[in-house]
Write a protein that binds this ligand. Structure first.
Ligand SMILES: NC(=O)c1ccc[n+]([C@@H]2O[C@H](COP(=O)([O-])OP(=O)(O)OC[C@H]3O[C@@H](n4cnc5c(N)ncnc54)[C@H](O)[C@@H]3O)[C@@H](O)[C@H]2O)c1
Length: 310
């Protein structure tokens, strides 16, 4: 993608900051973020870039039409991204994730944006036993967060059908990489395990640790956003690696890479969490998505970043 004028909502977040950084290589980028779960530190190194504009406000409250008026594409990542947080506070998750998404879509329609790329989630599949998950399977949201993402996808489809706004919904499967926040009580498993083991503390495994995830390196998610935006394709796509790693294996790998032997402790399974997750990624391959990295190498890259920061 070159010489385009684009918006990244949630651009101070973990994934959004990587996407904004890549897009800035060849495009004008406007980041919108209310710093609720993201932080300016994630894009501090980009702030002097002449093609970057940063707007610190909520996608729920802003008059987005004004901002979107001269924009080609909107990458919509802003959301409260946690399952357990949505279980505790469904109202606020709904506000940012559903009302915010509706505000983005209405403004994109009215401003004549060419395409909206929406960050959805594998959580929409819920605990259906069939693996791998395919986009044509029925969904089964098990948490308020999953409901917000399923609703966002449906709004994208309806805006495309009713108003001819081109949309893509990308269902990410457990993304990891540098800049992922380990500190919140709602942090994801990889940053939590890395910081625990780096500090010689036992990582906490909810359940027996045999639950598995299709862990996806953040570079692949950035590629998927740009490729799907450039493509003529629309609709829902799984974004993952098509490989499954258990939580016990994850703890073993991190110990091995760091040369440690920290034993995890086990706690009760968390409500709303699913047992296994694995994606069929053949549909995304049709727009050129090709995640070819090796999990251990990606984990080493991630660990290097955490070693410098934590
Ligand atoms: N990280 C994952 O594994 C994963 C998996 C599936 C889907 N996703 C989705 O990808 C997107 C990015 O997730 P992330 O992991 O980078 O999370 P993140 O919390 O680091 O990023 C989300 C960003 O959105 C911002 N935000 C939240 N509400 C906002 C609002 N009302 N107005 C403006 N900005 C707002 C936050 O401040 C934050 O910077 C989210 O939509 C998330 O649901 C992430």
């Amino acid at each position: 993608m070159k010489t385009k004028n684009v918006v990244v909502t949630g651009g101070m977040g973990f994934i959004g900051s990587h996407l904004a950084e890549r897009l800035l290589e060849d495009n004008e980028v406007t980041v919108i973020d209310n710093e609720s779960t993201g932080k300016i530190e994630n894009i501090r190194h980009l702030l002097d870039h002449k093609n970057l504009t940063v707007i610190k406000d909520s996608i729920v409250d802003l008059n987005l039409i004004e901002i979107f008026k001269d924009k080609d594409y909107v990458f919509h990542l802003a959301a409260i991204p946690s399952v357990p947080r949505s279980v505790k506070d469904p109202f606020n998750s709904n506000n940012s994730n559903v009302t915010g998404t509706l505000n983005v879509l209405i403004a994109a329609r009215d401003a004549g944006v060419k395409k909206v790329v929406f960050s959805s989630s594998s959580s929409v599949y819920g605990d259906t036993p069939t693996l791998p998950k395919r986009e044509d399977m029925s969904i089964n949201p098990m948490s308020p967060y999953a409901i917000t993402k399923a609703t966002g996808e449906m709004y994208c489809k309806v805006f495309q059908d009713l108003y001819n706004l081109q949309t893509v919904s990308l269902r990410y499967f457990n993304v990891f990489g540098p800049r992922q926040d380990p500190n919140s009580q709602y942090a994801a498993v990889i940053p939590k395990f890395i910081t625990a083991i780096l500090n010689d503390e036992s990582p906490v495994i909810y359940g027996d640790g045999e639950q598995s995830r299709d862990f996806t390196f953040v570079k692949n998610v950035v590629d998927a956003n740009i490729l799907s935006c450039e493509s003529k394709k629309t609709g829902v796509f799984n974004i993952a690696c098509g490989r499954r790693i258990t939580i016990n294996q994850l703890a073993d790998y991190i110990n091995e890479i760091l040369g440690k032997k920290i034993k995890p402790v086990h706690a009760k399974p968390r409500p709303g969490d699913i047992k296994h997750s694995l994606a069929d990624i053949s549909r995304a391959k049709e727009f050129g998505y090709n995640p070819n990295g090796n999990f251990k190498d990606e984990l080493i890259t991630t660990l290097e970043w955490f070693k410098n920061v934590y």
